[in-house]
Write a protein of this length. Structure first.
Length: 286
């Protein structure tokens, strides 16, 4: 990792080499931005790199977009796939689409035939079902709208890559935050000892136990985009209710599921659960 000060002081050729791979097969992007140094923040550096792409001639833009790999499990076998793309596609897991994978492959082929570029989206910000949803929605765009959409997604992709690569002041926001808090409103205290499971698109990705404050010891998710998609928190409350005086046997609730959608990958999601004897409530908190 380089510091922003180091990048500002490098010769142009070293600056371009240090940022290789941030923009797919396009060293000219960093070469164009090099003359705008020094940058006061990492966000300003990213803005200058994006400006180089956004102000390029149309034929240069199209060549740049066509240089991106297709989003497909088959692309993982391509030796020309960059390390960055290999890591991003590998972390997405498109095979999770199951029977819908063929639908995605067909849609991708239709997309490329319609627009003349591969389907580009920031997979670190989405779950596979929402990648598919995004593809099908964007097929309705005009070519001008779709070029703008592809460049916007490249902005998200490269912002994440740059933050992974460069340390310094003023980093753009790239990470989300998901937390919870369980309160026993019947007895006026935090609910300690409740097991919590977090599922994303039906797959268990995190679990924990509430502490004496009714929270998990660390946020359920943080430090990375939350991935746009469907989530579920399962609160295992049966043992907790069993400790109440005059409780029914079995207790009224065993597991309380809370299902919700994440639409803001860099957003702050706090989901409290308020327990009462015969009811519960939840909401998106702050």
């Amino acid at each position: 990792m380089h510091t922003l000060d180091q990048l500002n002081a490098m010769p142009d050729t070293d600056f371009v080499a240090a940022l290789a791979g941030v923009f797919e097969h396009a060293p000219w992007v960093a070469a164009t931005a090099a003359g705008a140094r020094p940058f006061e923040t990492v966000a300003a550096l990213h803005a200058a790199l994006m400006r180089a792409v956004e102000t390029a001639e149309e034929d240069v833009q199209l060549e740049f977009l066509r240089g991106h790999p297709p989003l497909s499990p088959k692309a993982m076998t391509d030796p020309a796939l960059t390390a960055e793309s290999r890591s991003e596609q590998g972390g997405l897991g498109m095979d999770a689409l199951g029977g819908s994978l063929a639908r995605f492959e067909t849609g991708s082929a239709d997309y490329e035939a319609r627009f003349g570029i591969p389907f580009i989206t920031c997979v670190r910000r989405m779950t596979p079902p929402f990648v598919l949803r995004g593809l099908e929605q964007r097929l309705a765009n005009t070519k001008t709208e779709e070029i703008a959409a592809a460049l916007r997604e490249i902005g998200f992709i490269t912002r994440l890559r740059l933050v992974d690569r460069v340390s310094g002041p003023g980093k753009p926001r790239v990470a989300g935050h998901l937390s919870t808090h369980v309160l026993d409103t019947a007895r006026g205290k935090a609910a300690e000892g409740i097991r919590i499971e977090l599922f994303r698109e039906g797959v268990l990705i995190k679990d924990g136990i509430t502490n004496q404050d009714g929270r998990t010891d660390e946020p359920l998710l943080h430090g990375e985009p939350l991935r746009m998609g469907r989530y579920e928190l399962r609160f295992h409350v049966e043992d907790y209710y069993a400790g109440w005086p005059n409780v029914t046997d079995p207790p009224w609730y065993d597991v309380i599921p809370v299902r919700f959608g994440v639409a803001e990958p860099e957003g702050h999601y706090h989901i409290p659960l308020l327990l009462n004897a015969w009811t519960y409530s939840t909401y998106r908190g702050s």
